[in-house]
Design a protein around this ligand. Sequence first.
Ligand code: ZN
Length: 498
Amino acid sequence: MTGRDTWGAFAARMHEQSDLGGVLGLLGWDEQVICPPGGREARALQGATLAAIAHQRLVDPAYGEAIDAADALADLTVEQRAMLREARRQRDKATKLPEAFVRRLAEQRSRTNQAWEHARTTGAFADYRPALEELMRLKVEEADLLRGDGTRYDALLDEFEPGMRLERLQPLLADLRARLVPFAQRILDRPAPDVSVLERGFDPAAQEAFSLRVLRDLGFDFERGRQDRSTHPFTGGTAPTDIRLTTRIWEHWLPACLYASVHECGHGLYEQGHAESLWRSTVSAAPSLGLHESQSRLYENVIGRSLAFWEHYLPVAREHFPGQLDDVDALGMQRAVCRVARTPIRVESDEVTYNLHILLRFELEVDLIEQRVAVADLPEIWNARMAEYLGYAPKDDVEGVMQDVHWSEGYIGYFPTYTLGNLYSAGLLEAMRRDLDVDGLVRAGAFGAILAWLREQVHRHGAVTPGEELMREATGRDLGSDAFMAYLEERYGALYGL
Ligand code: ZN
């Protein structure tokens, strides 16, 4: 075979994986957005069948041989080397888990998720506990099958944040907690701002129109994407040319739709921004979930909750909601959308306390998977930590340990990626400000320059460069909490007169 044929043989298999992934993405989107209730079970079976086919093709020894042969070629580009590296990583992971084990895990995940849903209606952790215990036993087994020289937690974390290690994450997040707990406390001691302006009852159609206007302004390409509604907002789709955002609309809470849209738009802009040379490859993706999340949080929080944002968008919002926002100014809007509160629910929390919710989960899941904490003890430890970090005692386990879907789905190692996203987003703001007048651009609604900067520094690279390295190049900093704390102190120091 010529070098061209050798690469072609590998590329054909890689494209096939990408196409199957795209179709799976479409089925998943369909299930959550437009599939009639009666069709969901069929859709789930179709998805499982296709996923099994994709898995068989991934672990096929011939794919491994095609990777090895291509890897031996001289004169490969940096992008091609990265495609091979990622293909090998995906394959290695998949081949380490026996098929029978994968099936057992999938079944237990489904059972545990059902138990979680049921327990949330009865309010009894005891209805959830046995299924979660069994699932955690399987997750320990999975970690032992996957782990190399790292810890069990490392093995599971690697799925979401490739290359990250517990020994680096733990001190990083402990440092963040030490700085964040007293900072949040100082804010929570101040009088809470009035948020009633956001609760006035806003026409759902007008909310949707407003969100679409903002997405267009931010640079989301509707020729290569769309926005629909779903219960839990997410970004899906089939390819960088077909990105599906979803949002939700709550009539009596204006931020629900707007910020869900802007958050998912941050994810969507990233996906639309991969260089065309990466499409249908293993690196037309973010290098990690934390990096993906940095883009959504940059748009939602850093930009979307800034004073400049409301200086630009309050007049636009008044056009969409006539007479409803005449008695508030831009600062009043910012104060309301930046309210810091002792809320027990992570997804309803603000950007100051949010990470404390995450740190609590991170610490617990590390102890769970390293078997230092038993599932039965979770509610008690959860409530004690909530009191310690946030000064709040959940009134029951639905408001406490049973609020998130993640553990019931077997996602261990996922939570810290949210906080990494926040840390990265602040580092990007700091770097972007060296090149651009970010506030001036936002105030003028000139979002093109911001998107162009992100395209160049982050989006176009896909997963060619590993996440931390890409961020180091973009921000000139090592991962840490300095930029994030400086960002919080600037914004909330001004808003709360600290
Ligand atoms: Zn997100």
